[in-house]
Design a protein around this ligand. Structure first.
Ligand code: ATP
Ligand code: MG
Length: 333
């Protein structure tokens, strides 16, 4: 059966970017029923940059609540926390020995996150894509829904699978396909339309959090950086206006229509009015999710029980694949 795996880091609260670029597609793929779906809180990835331990625990449970509130069903999908399925980290070591330093050094996420002081970045941040390849391949995953920013890491996952298969003369790991779809596969910062919206951005006004209340959302959208021109008639005219394009794309994704359809309706309108409509739409779409998240967060023990069960189910898949990998590599078992 075709199998889907994807993950989100508990490195902060969920953003509108995570929802539109990732989670919404996760739910659609689960509901379509064409795939076996596995969704993950990737806590081992989160600690590639410093995480306060108590905040990490809270963010992991809150992310689990976010998955459930958005529509992930822990019976139909396997819902797990990465560190509770140890085969991810075990396979990652093997992949650290398959991947090349040069491949990792070319990753734009590495360059963005390490910044100018790469010497001071963690070794884990550099090796991040090998762990991500292990997350995916330890399930022999065939399809990975992600936002556009993860495309390069997916290509590296394919390179690792290809090199492993070639080095050991086997057809063992599949060559995984990325699934990138929707009107907002790359939601940009509200303060800078050329920068990705991120949950780890230090500026809270740069993003909409799924837990923001109606007032906070309205305020952030109202203050979003834009130019004073009205909305144009065609999406082509948005090319040179990244901040406005971002708001149009967000509106389109929330309304489940194409960006051009938004302009067909609203061309010529002033941005002040458009921002009000956008804030109302965002509140209407996000409020049910954040309400359900708060409800679920009142019972963290239930979340922990769910994650323990998810890990058990996941290991029925991962343990045999890791054992076979060790055999192929030549480890005595
Ligand atoms: P961090 O800043 O800690 O890296 P993040 O917001 O980038 O956090 P991730 O956990 O790295 O979130 O990514 C989870 C999923 O959300 C991935 O599939 C990623 O492609 C998607 N995603 C993240 N940010 C955006 C965005 N701005 N637009 C669309 N998709 C996004
Ligand atoms: Mg990220």
């Amino acid at each position: 059966t075709p199998r889907v795996f994807s993950g989100i880091q508990p490195s902060g609260g969920l953003t509108l970017g995570n929802y539109l670029g990732a989670m919404k597609n996760f739910v659609q793929m689960q509901d379509a029923g064409d795939f076996e779906t596995i969704y993950c809180m990737v806590d081992l990835h989160a600690i590639t940059v410093w995480q306060d331990p108590e905040a990490l625990r809270r963010n992991t449970r809150e992310l689990c609540a976010g998955y459930l509130a958005a529509g992930i069903d822990p019976e139909r999908s396997i819902l797990i926390n990465q560190s509770q399925v140890p085969e991810h980290a075990q396979l990652a070591w093997i992949f650290n020995c398959v991947a090349r330093m040069g491949w990792m050094g070319r990753m734009t996420q590495w360059k963005d996150k390490a910044g100018k002081n790469a010497e001071a970045a963690s070794l884990g941040l550099f090796a991040y894509p090998a762990l991500m390849a292990a997350d995916i391949l330890v399930y022999h995953t065939t399809h990975v829904p992600v936002g556009d920013d993860q495309k390069q890491h997916l290509e590296l996952t394919r390179d690792i699978a290809t090199k492993f298969n070639h080095d050991f003369g086997v057809e063992f790991f599949p060559i995984t396909e990325p699934v990138i779809r929707g009107a907002a596969t790359r939601v940009m910062s509200l303060r800078d339309g050329t920068k990705k919206m991120s949950k780890s951005d230090p500026v809270d006004a740069s993003r909409i959090n799924l837990t923001d209340d109606a007032d906070a959302i309205a305020k952030k959208v109202r203050k979003a950086k834009t130019d004073p021109e009205p909305l144009p008639e065609s999406v082509d005219a948005l090319e040179a206006r990244p901040d406005v394009r971002n708001l149009v794309n967000i509106y389109a994704a929330l309304a489940d229509v194409a960006p051009q359809a938004v302009l067909d309706e609203k061309a010529g309108g002033q941005l002040g009015y458009f921002k009000q409509d956008l804030a109302d739409l965002a509140v209407a779409k996000l409020a049910p999710i954040s309400t359900e998240m708060s409800r679920l967060m009142t019972d963290p023990a239930e979340i922990d029980r769910m994650l323990a069960r998810g890990a058990e189910r996941a290991r029925e898949i991962t343990v045999p694949i890791l054992e076979r990998t060790y055999e192929i590599v030549g480890m005595v078992r």
